[in-house]
Design a binder for this molecule. Sequence first.
Ligand code: CP
Length: 312
Amino acid sequence: MKHYLSIKDIDSLPNWVVEAKELKKNPTAHKALGSGKTICLLFFNNSLRTRLSTQKAAMNLGMEVMVMNFGSEGWQLEFEDGAIMDQGKSEHIKEAASVVSQFCDVVAIRAFASLTDKEKDEAELVLSGFVKHTSIPVVNMESSVGHPLQALADAITLHEYKANEKPKVVLSWAPHPKALPHAVANSFIEMMQRQDAEFVITHPIGYELNTEITKNTKIEYNQEKALKDADFVYVKNWSSYTEYGQVLHQDSKWMMTAAKLNKAKFMHCLPVRRNVVVEEAILDGNQSLVIEQANNRTFAAQIVLKKLLENN
Ligand code: CP
């Protein structure tokens, strides 16, 4: 593996989950591996979990860490070949990416979807720009279309808490006041397609995700039916994909409640809006796995970095 850009870069999800759980038992066992190596974390968008867990993972492997809030502190980047740069953009991705690769051995990037231009978002300008113009491994810390570190942490969490070999897992849309990207849902779906599980997606009509990602995954528009006998319920908002980036409605009937959750475990990537996305009682109760999911972000990042260091 040269880069970690999507769930597709995982050669064997079951093996990675087992290896990540081994790292969790003894996080500093491979401290010599990253000695003398540096990772640069570039944030074009805000973060709490991704920033701290990736930093922690790198430190556990003995790496030095440099963090830059590129979105607010870096030069505005130009991505177009042949651009006449006489407007607001000060630096071309060609120089920026080449320069970053002088200072570190791995670069990790967070660059969300704009939700205004589907074609540009799907081209992943920032992430693919760095892949094209650096000589070092690139890690996706959430791009326009995917959040593979989150999905890997979710796979670890599912493995830790499943009570049977083939659990029922439901991805349920929830209301949210702002337009949110599709990245978390996309990577969760791609990860679930590699699991031995009964997997169902439920959302209101109009919130269909990219069919190239959902493929033949079951979609049940009736949330109550979808949730029946669920072992895990993963709740997430996303904006419309077909009416790109639009909030079509904020139907509070789709909020997850304790009554709807029944006996299932509750999952969410965080941050989460209490009493909008999910009833507060769930987050404060013992069916919620959100803190365990956040904790597993470290070991997801650590297995990725370990493999990149070993392979490059
Ligand atoms: N789940 C997640 O990626 O959290 P942050 O946005 O805080 O990094």
